[in-house]
Design a protein around this ligand. Sequence first.
Ligand SMILES: Cc1cc2nc3c(=O)[nH]c(=O)nc-3n(C[C@H](O)[C@H](O)[C@H](O)COP(=O)(O)O)c2cc1C
Length: 202
Amino acid sequence: MESEQPTGLLDPNIQRDVARVYDLVDPPLWLVTSAHGGERGGFIATFAVRASIVAALPRMVLGVARQHHTWGLIEASGRFALHLLYSDQTELVWRFGGQTGRDTDKFDGLPTRESPGGSPLIVNTLAWLDCWVEARVETGDRTIYLAAVEAGGTNGHAHPLTAGQLFANAPPEQRRRLDALYARDEAIDAEAIIRWRAGHTR
Ligand SMILES: Cc1cc2nc3c(=O)[nH]c(=O)nc-3n(C[C@H](O)[C@H](O)[C@H](O)COP(=O)(O)O)c2cc1C
């Protein structure tokens, strides 16, 4: 069957319907870190998913916006670490997800150690995975990485912090900052997706 490739922005009514679908799921927040040439960085992601059911060949998929400081470190090192957070570790989300590491050291004062693969690990988080990039896809706004998981560990058993919990408990000032960052990233991503689609046909 012939079908038309989507090009422009979705009709606002359909946007609302789609938003309601997204509202039904509450994804965990992943703290992503990477390092290269003595520089380290990290950000918060919801776009991280288990991508293999083979226990001996674990894989993750991660989507990283190309404008992020951490993107450059993952590109250069081909490695990253993922952390799940305890539900009271919202301070780490504001620190890593509410500002860019281009002009600030997000790790300042945090106890860290090196993962077996050389990525920075933040100690006292709920869990971590050490990842090695096997493949990458450019999608305009994001680079989507398929990564082999080489090691991991937990510090106990608990429900990880989710996006829903974060927003439900956000102080008004943090919420405003996050909304402003989100709006800025959304505008950058929209332009990048439209440009990408104009150059790609199935
Ligand atoms: C709840 C939440 C979820 C986010 N999810 C993603 C994501 O999946 N992918 C991404 O590239 N950025 C995501 N971000 C945005 C980055 O975490 C944020 O822009 C960060 O400041 C980038 O840091 P950097 O420039 O130091 O790398 C998310 C932010 C928040 C607060």
